[in-house]
Design a protein around this ligand. Structure first.
Ligand code: PLP
Length: 383
């Protein structure tokens, strides 16, 4: 594998760090499903791998690529995005304070609200778009600040550099869930974050056929070693086949994300003018409250995710989700196929989300087909 520092990330991704199989010249790495690896005549490991809960060739390859794409000192892949987030939180000690943006991916917030009190962690859920709330939560110090930007599914934008500075002053590490942005559009470690997290299930893999999580770190320090130990200790390692598929997905990451971003901006601008759409939540729109920060910290687009609020409340929201023909009514995001979802149905009545909100994950289909599909579905809503 080449470590050429002058190559651009899209080159590193397309060539999986210029992988060439030493024996055969194959440009695609072989898949090693083996869980165990034989030792040599001196009883020493023959290569880097011994047992697949600790890692394996495909895991090593995909981690090396992810570390380069995020500009980190190392990367770790996990069996899911949530497993990777949990490994960071479980590296804290009882009594530590965790300051977290409240409007993050709801599944993680739900887990934090259950786990933190039972393990003696002082969880402070705040609106991190409000600097005063962050200052108050950091008063007296903290161990970890967790944020997500743009945040799912309201697509709020958090100023990573500003939060990083405050976190550092309070003695806390900053971890950023950058799933919606990907390293194509946003590199949190360069903005001062300590750890960047991805649900690799989404854009990094990009084909809706792998469940995976990933972390990259600015420093391979003791905290990072504890995170690694948590992965091994609870067996949250990514499987060999999933790691192999993830590496394949990453080869087209830059093309996919740029195309989806351009289409999402096109759709957001057009939907904003539609009489049956009350609000479009997309950081690429100048009207979005986080637009100016997004312009500063994102490069090359604002992502393929947007949400819309339709006139007519819950019935209209559900009606729209049921009447698209190209957008598939399914959960998740970041795949090549566009998805539409009525989030309140998924999150339940306790959800903070409005009844009329639909989340759109924009894929790589023709932009005109996607717009026409949404327009025909909107037309079918009651006037
Ligand atoms: C922003 C974000 N972070 C984390 C997760 C959790 O990832 P996974 O489903 O891979 O565990 C999700 C899942 O939807 C997500 O959207």
């Amino acid at each position: 594998m080449s470590q050429d520092n002058d190559l651009k990330p899209e080159t590193l991704a397309a060539q999986a760090l210029h992988f060439l199989d030493a024996e055969t010249g194959a440009v695609v790495p072989p898949l090693h499903p083996s869980t165990t690896f034989a030792r040599d005549a001196d009883y020493a490991p023959r290569g880097a791998s011994t047992y697949s809960r600790y890692g394996g060739p495909a895991v090593d390859q995909v981690e090396a690529l992810l570390a380069r794409l995020e500009g980190g000192a190392g990367a770790l892949v996990f069996a899911s995005g949530l497993a990777s987030s949990a490994a960071v939180v479980m590296a804290l000690k009882p009594g530590d304070r965790l300051v977290c943006h409240a409007h993050i991916y709801w599944g993680f917030r739900e887990w934090l609200e259950d786990f933190c009190p039972r393990f003696g962690l002082d969880l402070r859920l705040i609106d991190m778009t409000d600097a005063a709330q962050l200052d108050a939560a950091l008063e007296g110090g903290a161990a970890l600040v967790w944020t997500e930007t743009p945040s799912n599914p309201l697509w709020e934008v958090i100023d990573i550099a500003a939060v990083a500075e405050k976190a550092r002053a309070a003695g806390a590490r900053l971890a950023v869930d950058s799933t919606a942005a990907t390293p194509v559009l946003q590199r949190p470690l360069e903005l001062g974050a300590d750890i960047v997290m991805h649900s690799a299930t989404k854009y990094l893999n990009g084909h809706s056929d792998v469940l995976a999580g990933a972390l990259a770190t600015r420093q391979a320090d003791d905290f990072w070693q504890r995170v690694r130990f948590n992965r091994t200790g609870v067996g949250a390692m990514l499987g060999a086949f999933e790691a192999w598929l993830l590496l394949r997905g990453l080869r087209t990451l830059y093309l996919r994300v740029r195309h989806a971003s351009a289409t999402a901006l096109f759709l957001a601008s057009r939907l904003q003018r539609h009489p049956k759409v009350q609000q479009v939540l997309y950081p690429g729109l100048p009207e979005h409250p986080g637009h100016e920060i997004a312009c500063r910290q994102m490069d090359g687009g604002f992502g393929g995710m947007l949400s819309i609020r339709v006139a007519g409340g819950r019935a209209a929201g559900l009606g729209l989700a049921k009447s698209t023909r190209v957008f598939v009514p399914a959960t998740s995001l970041g795949g090549v196929e566009s998805l539409i979802e009525h989030r309140k149905t998924i999150e339940g009545e306790a959800s903070i989300l409005p009844d009329d909100l639909l989340r759109l994950s924009v894929g790589i289909e023709h932009p005109g087909d996607l717009l026409a599909d949404l327009e025909q579905a909107l037309e079918r809503l009651a006037p």
